[in-house]
Design a binder for this molecule. Structure first.
Ligand code: SAT
Ligand code: MN
Length: 603
């Protein structure tokens, strides 16, 4: 299913909703003079428009309709096999100085990069349609909400953006009313989907993004990682708020007491699963609700607490491994109105992936479009295959998801995928120690980005690929935010992925993570015991409610909660190495915190 389809010509009443905003018009004109599309399609986000675009996308073979009875309103897209994940090596931060982007980002000089991109974009849309997508990130009435316009020559991007953002008139109206006139300019072109001509470029000073040569989610849905995180984090520092790679969930006790929690995990570490968790039987009466599964924008409220909104309108989740066992709420969400990318197609127009409930089909078409049977060596679905689904499909969507002021955050959780070293959970002693715990986060790499899978890399606050400026400055911004909060959230670190000597996971994860969450809520309410370890407060086995959890023996529990001096010596060395790469921008508090941990270990 090639993305590179010829122009489409809508009937009148579709694609002609041109806004009157002069700056937008000038910019669109400028980009069209450069890229030379056959026509311009002004998106309004309406049902009528979407239905027509879906027809066109099917006719062009960009998407395929799935079985209407099994998966109403759902479609399958296959990306180019060379284009299935984010490409960090081709993701650039273009600030006037290299220093501003910092040592963890790929920097490029803005004027040179614009010149190079303009060269690549010359005539790039000839014979094709240029879509203009107005969208907002954030609830319509939130002070945090941002306006963006994305120009794209991919109909798949338009269909996805309509799911992932609030698209159309709402954005045009918001820009018209805006006091500061701030809006993001995003230009995307598939070019010829050639990995050698693939670049995802951010110009934070200009609030602009240009992405070429890819058709894959995180590279081209410019609202998501590009605006909401990279440009977002840059604006957040300037404007005194936080743009974070965090899910947001609500936890309600049987007595009706509710807390909200924000949690940062690297891509493909189970954020979507955690955000939709179903508590085990032992926790009858407890309810988890979802505000967001990937991104949190947080600001300080009038009462001195941290308030979070989810800027997105849908979920772009990893499909493989999603099942009624791992995430029933996600399964229910993706039974309709879902745009699947790179999963397998069964003979009856259903979808299949590794880890789905039930037996695999005897025959399917795999994510590359090849014949597949259970005997095939190749995977049926790509490990980073995705679903895009409107958040309204989530059976446990939080009722306050549209609240403009956001929801008050009681706890922040950092976590990575670590086979050893990191206990199941610990609590930071205070805000500064919590920032250090986030800053030293590390995780084994996953299929969400191209490159080797399973290597431990530092991924501070899960923002390594998403921070739009100097990481040392980013830590400073976090350090400065704490003292501005009268009632700061408690900060925790979790690791669901610790393994035993036999290489098997020690903790069952998924719904059982409720047990750890419950301890964190206890701590927020001033209850819940813990041991003070050198790395933070670790619950004693008796502090966690593990009733009914037969698969975790007392020995396993002890192993899960253990803090081992030899592993930590190595860990502290790894942290030091990472800190050293940040040079002078690293706030001194970070090394001081590290030294304190070392001292508590007595070394
Ligand atoms: O980057 S994506 O938005 O495609 C998904 C992820 O890596 O979290
Ligand atoms: Mn993510």
């Amino acid at each position: 299913m090639d993305n590179l389809a010829p122009a489409i010509h809508p009937p009148s009443g579709i694609g002609d909703n041109q806004p009157t905003h002069q700056e937008v018009l000038d910019w669109v004109h400028e980009v069209s003079m450069l890229t030379k599309p056959e026509n311009i399609f002004w998106c309004d986000g309406s049902e009528k428009e979407n239905a027509w675009l879906l027809e066109q996308a099917q006719a062009q073979g960009v998407v395929q309709k799935l079985n209407e009875e099994k998966l109403p309103g759902s479609y399958l897209h296959r990306s180019n096999p060379n284009d299935v994940a984010r490409v960090e090596q081709f993701t650039l931060i273009c600030t006037p100085t290299k220093e501003e982007a910092g040592p963890t980002n790929n920097w490029a000089e803005p004027a040179e990069t614009y010149a190079k991109l303009n060269e690549m974009l010359k005539g790039a849309m000839e014979g094709r349609t240029m879509f203009v997508i107005p969208y907002i990130m954030g609830p319509p009435d939130s002070p945090l909400t941002k306006v963006g316009f994305e120009i794209t020559d991919s109909i798949y991007v338009v269909l996805s953006m309509r799911i992932m953002t609030r698209m159309g008139t709402v954005a045009v109206e918001r820009l018209e009313k805006s006091e500061n006139g701030e809006w993001n300019r995003g230009v995307h072109s598939l070019l010829d989907v050639n990995p050698e001509r693939r670049l995802i470029c951010h110009f934070p000073q200009d609030n602009a993004i240009i992405s070429v040569g890819s058709g894959y989610g995180g590279n081209v849905l410019l609202s998501k990682k590009c605006l909401a995180l990279r440009i977002g984090s840059y604006l957040a520092r300037q404007q005194g708020w936080l743009a974070e790679h965090m899910l947001i969930l609500g936890v309600e006790s049987p007595e009706g007491k509710k807390h909200y929690v924000a949690a940062a995990f690297p891509s493909a570490c189970g954020k979507t699963n955690f955000a939709m968790l179903i508590p085990p039987a032992r926790f009858e009466g407890w309810k988890i609700t979802t505000i967001g599964d990937d991104i949190a924008w947080m600001q300080i409220g009038g009462d001195g607490r941290l308030y979070a909104v989810n800027p997105e309108n849908g979920y772009f989740g990893v499909v493989p491994g999603t099942s009624y066992k791992s995430n029933p709420n996600a399964m229910k969400s993706i039974e309709r109105d879902t745009l699947y990318t790179n999963v397998a197609l069964t003979d009856d127009g259903d979808v299949w992936w590794e880890g789905k409930d039930g037996a695999p089909p005897t025959h399917a078409i795999d994510w590359r479009g090849n014949e597949w049977t259970p005997e095939s060596k190749e995977k049926a679905a790509h490990p980073n295959s995705r679903f895009a689904v409107p958040m309204r499909n989530n059976p446990v969507l939080d009722p306050d998801v549209e609240k403009g002021e956001g929801v008050p955050i009681s706890a922040i959780i950092f976590g990575g995928r670590r086979s050893d070293t990191m206990p199941l959970v610990f609590q930071a002693f205070d805000w500064e120690h919590g920032v250090y715990a986030g800053a030293t986060m590390a995780s084994e790499t996953t299929a969400a980005a191209t490159g080797a899978v399973g290597q431990v890399r530092r991924d501070p606050m899960a923002m390594l690929p998403f921070c739009g400026y100097n990481m040392g400055q980013y830590f400073k911004h976090w350090l400065k935010t704490g003292p501005r909060l009268k009632n700061p959230p408690l900060i925790f670190h979790v690791n669901w992925f610790r393994k035993g000597a036999d290489g098997k996971f020690l903790w069952p994860g998924f719904g059982e993570n409720m047990r750890v969450l419950k301890w964190m809520i206890d701590r927020c309410e001033g209850r819940g015991g813990a041991n003070e370890s050198p790395i933070g407060c670790v619950p004693r086995p008796e502090d966690l409610d593990i009733e009914g959890l037969k698969e975790v023996s007392p020995e396993t529990m002890a192993e899960l909660l253990s803090v081992k001096s030899d592993e930590w010596q190595k860990e502290l060395e790894g942290q030091q190495k990472f800190f050293d790469t940040l040079g002078e921008d690293l706030p001194p508090e970070m090394n001081a915190q590290r030294d304190k941990v070392a001292a508590r270990f007595g070394s």
